[in-house]
Design a protein around this ligand. Structure first.
Ligand SMILES: Cc1cc2nc3c(=O)[nH]c(=O)nc-3n(C[C@H](O)[C@H](O)[C@H](O)COP(=O)(O)O)c2cc1C
Length: 166
């Protein structure tokens, strides 16, 4: 059974919880899986595949995702990579927003070519945000609440070993 890393960036914790759910799904399938903040990952040695996830803020994936990919580009080039983005555009499934999220994810993961990629709806808790962030989300009329679809997250996690060929 393979050892898989689920590396994530997260500001408010919702992407971290999704990464942990994916790692649990991989473990349930008999794999060894670690969910870890991108900033804490020193080496990819020993991993047979890497899942990379990050939230969308102001139209861009958390820049720590791109930095992680660049830092480990040599190791990632030899491994199957899967990616996911967490955002609120996925709540309405507005085609323009979804296309933008997919484009942003590909940009953040480049030059890695993901064997699987997806967009998950996230969570927005205004009481945890700064005054300025609350002002931004009000201006863009953002939906507020926890929109994470745990069944969809688990289902994607279950498909990963097959897609990664591990
Ligand atoms: C200031 C701010 C800006 C955001 N910008 C976007 C955005 O451009 N597009 C989008 O779909 N979601 C946007 N979101 C929603 C986040 O992607 C969502 O809350 C996500 O679940 C946060 O992930 P985290 O909890 O891991 O930090 C924004 C949220 C905040 C607070």
């Amino acid at each position: 059974m393979a050892k898989i890393l689920v590396a994530y960036a997260s500001k408010q914790g919702s992407t971290a919880e999704i990464a942990q759910a994916i790692a649990k799904e991989l473990q349930a399938a008999g794999h060894s899986a670690d969910a870890a903040d991108v900033a804490s990952v020193v080496s990819l040695a020993g991993y047979a595949g890497v899942v990379i996830g990050g939230p969308m803020y102001m139209g861009h994936i958390d820049p720590r995702v791109g930095k992680f990919v660049k830092r480990h580009a040599g190791e990632l080039a030899k491994l199957p990579v899967a990616g996911f983005v967490v955002c609120l555009a996925a709540v309405s499934k507005d085609p323009e927003g979804m296309a933008w999220a997919q484009k942003a994810l590909r940009k953040a993961l480049a030059p890695a070519q993901p064997v699987a990629e997806t967009i998950f709806a996230g969570k927005l808790e205004p009481e945890k945000l700064s005054w300025f962030q609350r002002w931004i989300i009000k201006r863009v009329n953002s939906p507020v609440g926890d929109f994470r679809d745990w069944d969809a997250i688990s289902a994607w996690g279950r498909e990963l070993p097959g897609k990664m060929g591990v």
